[in-house]
Design a protein around this ligand. Structure first.
Ligand code: AMP
Length: 290
């Protein structure tokens, strides 16, 4: 009997490729590098990886030739197969925004002034959705790439393109006017997932989630007098509650917790010090299973 395997379509070479490879590797899935091979079998999991152009991934998953695919949320919104596909997970990388930008010297300061203007873009669906929603009568000029050049060539008044740091806009003397969509890399599947592969999907997701859920976590260890424990517990609740171990030094304990590295992280560290913690160790978390 033929072995049941999952098929995963990834971008062959592009912005999301390296992060995809890293995530699979950290999830313990060994994908051999066969150079130019476009179909590769994982060594230790019933998984075949197809390397495709990003623009073909939606079609290949929607047709059933692949079970899963990873690409940008923006790519899903632009795809004609949008209705047949569903997001299974955010991959927690590939963050960017789709923005409308105008030449720095342009007098356009509000989106209402885009009425009657020409906007160059590689994302016509998302742009049109935005224009319809805001009842703006602008015309889109569809370009495959190098959209930023259009205003200086006088073929468009504005552009609508993906931005992450904003340095490409700056290098082309463009000013960001409005963010119209926020994107990240997502794992997609057909809405009707093959029932005989469900168990493999669950095993695959367990591994992927263990990596993506750990990305923003830090393992924090410290020593403190026992009398400071309750104040420290209030600052660091941890996944369940912190692990507390007695130390040889009388009335002192070692405390271990896992903390989200969010905007408040360094504030928490300061509070821990103020509460009496010392020797605070901060380490990355490789993988976590909740
Ligand atoms: P590529 O075809 O290699 O340029 O990859 C494009 C995909 O990477 C886009 O569809 C986005 O989802 C994602 N991405 C993340 N950051 C950026 C960025 N700064 N510019 C363009 N695409 C980005």
């Amino acid at each position: 009997m033929k072995e049941t395997i999952l098929t995963l379509a990834l971008q062959k070479s592009g912005r999301l490729t390296e992060d995809c490879r890293m995530t699979l590797e950290k999830a313990g899935l060994i994908i051999p590098d066969y150079g130019r091979a476009l179909r590769v079998q994982a060594r230790n999991f019933p998984l075949e990886v197809l390397f495709l152009r990003a623009s073909d991934i939606a079609e290949v998953v929607a047709s059933g030739a692949a079970d899963l695919g990873v690409f940008g949320r923006n790519d899903l919104m632009e795809s004609l197969h949008y209705i047949e596909l569903e997001e299974v997970r955010s991959m927690r990388f590939g963050s960017c925004r789709l923005s409308i930008a105008v030449p720095e010297a342009s007098g356009i300061t509000t989106t209402a002034q885009l009425d009657g203007k020409i906007i160059a873009t590689s994302h016509p669906m998302l742009l049109q959705k935005y224009l319809n929603k805001h009842k703006l009568n602008a015309q889109s000029l569809v370009m495959e790439g190098s959209v930023e050049i259009a205003p200086s060539l006088k073929i468009a008044d504005a552009i609508c393109d993906l931005v992450s740091s904003g340095s490409t806009l700056q290098a082309n003397s463009l000013r960001e006017l409005e963010v119209i969509f926020k994107s990240d890399a997502i794992l997609i599947a057909q809405k009707e997932f093959a029932p005989d592969k469900q168990h493999l999907l669950e095993e695959f997701l367990l591994r992927i989630d263990s990596v993506t859920n750990a990305l923003t976590l830090k393992s924090v260890m410290m020593n403190a007098p026992r009398s400071a424990l309750s104040a420290i517990e209030d600052i660091l609740p941890g996944i369940d509650s912190p692990t507390v171990t007695p130390l040889a030094r009388e009335d002192w304990v070692a405390i271990h917790s896992v903390v989200e590295e969010d905007d408040d992280f360094w504030n928490k560290i300061r509070q821990l010090k103020a509460a009496g913690a010392s020797g605070i160790l901060i380490k990355p978390v490789d993988r976590v299973i909740f």
